[in-house]
Design a protein around this ligand. Sequence first.
Ligand SMILES: NC(=O)C1=CN([C@@H]2O[C@H](COP(=O)(O)OP(=O)(O)OC[C@H]3O[C@@H](n4cnc5c(N)ncnc54)[C@H](OP(=O)(O)O)[C@@H]3O)[C@@H](O)[C@H]2O)[C@@H](O)CC1
Ligand SMILES: Nc1ncnc2c1ncn2[C@@H]1O[C@H](COP(=O)(O)OP(=O)(O)O)[C@@H](O)[C@H]1O
Length: 266
Amino acid sequence: MRALRAPTALDDKYSRGVLGVRTGSELYPGAAVLGVEAAWRTGVGMVRYLGPPRPTALVLGRRPETVVADGRVQAWVLGSGTDAAARGAAETEILRAVLSDTDPVVADAGALDIAAHGTAPRILTPHDREHARLRTALGLPPPRGPRSDAARETADATGAVVLLKGSETVVAAPGAEPVTVSEGTPWLATAGTGDVLAGTIGALVAVAAADRVPGADGLAALAASGAWLHGRAGAIASSAVGGGPVTALDVAEALPRAVAEVLSSV
Ligand SMILES: NC(=O)C1=CN([C@@H]2O[C@H](COP(=O)(O)OP(=O)(O)OC[C@H]3O[C@@H](n4cnc5c(N)ncnc54)[C@H](OP(=O)(O)O)[C@@H]3O)[C@@H](O)[C@H]2O)[C@@H](O)CC1
Ligand SMILES: Nc1ncnc2c1ncn2[C@@H]1O[C@H](COP(=O)(O)OP(=O)(O)O)[C@@H](O)[C@H]1O
């Protein structure tokens, strides 16, 4: 499966995929802006953002093209900039409904606990600390030994693709050999780049699912491609400032160049 395709004369905004995003909170509104920005910059037909008032206002301020009305989507990003401990009953019910449906889901941060279960095709995107917490909740031992072994075990236990973030990002699909993505720069170790990654992968999944909902192997390939594009965008953003530091928003803004590089090489 090709993770990226350029639009053609036959495309419209719906044929290119619609991504639904439920991220951000009053405490972490910026995470919503970063994920939505990244999704647009990766190339998707439409982004629907559904969240609390403050992040909604900030998302619209930065990206007025974002649709904030509910409606059909081809994939979801859930959880960046949210805290599972602060989630209300109504939001839990909505997330459960999404996770027991059939549209693919990218789950980050505050949605990881709930997305460990569900019938929807799922990509979980923990960093190491979130991964350890998730394993505890699942009754698995703390991660020891190679990160890829632990990620694979978590993928097997949840039935989801597990993308374990770090300087080396591991992508493990249930029952399959994990792959490692090391494209990027240590400058990516800065707040909010994980929120950008979730939006990037969400866009790739929505575009692919507009054609056909991917199976676990396809989802894992899209997750790895998203991690690679995100790493490449970080490297491009740093090069643009002579190899200097980047912010998460810089990474999102560099995504179109990373996408263009890939499309021009095929
Ligand atoms: N702009 C936005 O809106 C952004 C929003 N974001 C959102 O924030 C949410 C939480 O994400 P996260 O990854 O920080 O959470 P988490 O794994 O619970 O880690 C917390 C642990 O870190 C530790 N710790 C704290 N300070 C430390 C220090 N100085 N040096 C070393 N350790 C330190 C601290 O440990 P302790 O204090 O117990 O030692 C604590 O246990 C999540 O929703 C994410 O999406 C982010 O993406 C950023 C941009
Ligand atoms: N030292 C590093 N080298 C390369 N990439 C890194 C490094 N540290 C973190 N990253 C990448 O940066 C992102 C950080 O995500 P995350 O930990 O969720 O941060 P946040 O929650 O602040 O958004 C991930 O994509 C991760 O792979």
